[in-house]
Ligand binder design. Structure first.
Ligand code: GLN
Length: 203
């Protein structure tokens, strides 16, 4: 049976994640309320604006229950703003901005700066099928990077060339996966398939 994977649907590029999950052997459902967390095997936190998603999570009384589910082992994948939401530690957030946490990283919001605000590049990501021979085309939109990885997290990918060379943009910590970029917008579902594998292994 296909695992049921929620997409947090408060703000951001929800539809693109639903399509990528559906193409990856999962049943995707939208999550806006606490009761919709109950039957999930995993959850995707989409790209968007982390400050807005944070406010809405709290306004919808979803922040605490989701934080608890993730801490209890619910697999989660965050892209861009979603990476920020999963991070244990946040730099350059707005005053009062909170994360859900779980992922042992320090993330820097809007990290790439003005000159490389939004850019595209090819990446090799560990754990992605054929990644060495068929790199992942990665789209970055006012993206965060991982400033520091704690002992529990593993680096899966870094930027190869250009002004941001060496910056960490894909990480995993147990059942938690995060990318600075948006694989949901390129039609390449390999990151989503990797997440579906993590979800299946957790069942
Ligand atoms: N800059 C956004 C934030 O702070 C993230 C951008 C994105 O998700 N494309 O949440």
């Amino acid at each position: 049976m296909n695992p049921t994977i929620g997409v947090l649907a408060l703000q951001g590029d929800v539809r693109e994640h639903v399509a990528a999950l559906a193409a990856s052997g999962a049943s995707a459902v939208l999550v806006r309320r606490e009761r919709e967390l109950k039957d999930l095997d995993g959850i995707v936190l989409p790209g968007g604006e982390s400050t807005t998603i944070d406010k809405l999570l709290r306004a919808f009384d979803l922040a605490e229950p989701l934080r608890v589910r993730i801490a209890e082992g619910l697999p989660a994948y965050g892209s861009c703003a979603g990476m920020i939401l999963l991070a244990d530690r946040l730099l350059d957030g707005i005053p009062g901005q909170q994360t859900l946490g779980g992922l042992d990283i320090t993330v820097r919001r809007n990290a790439f700066g003005r000159q490389v605000d939004s850019f595209e590049t090819d990446l090799t990501i560990e754990g992605i099928e054929d990644s060495a021979t068929r790199p992942m085309h990665a789209v970055f939109i006012r993206a965060p990077w991982v400033e520091e990885v704690g002992p529990a997290a593993t680096v899966l990918g870094t930027v190869a060339t250009g002004p941001a060379a060496g910056r960490i943009v894909a990480v995993r910590h147990g059942r938690l996966l995060a990318t600075s970029f948006h694989p949901e917008v390129t039609g390449d579902a390999r990151v989503h398939r990797m997440f579906v594998r993590i979800v299946r292994e957790s069942l």
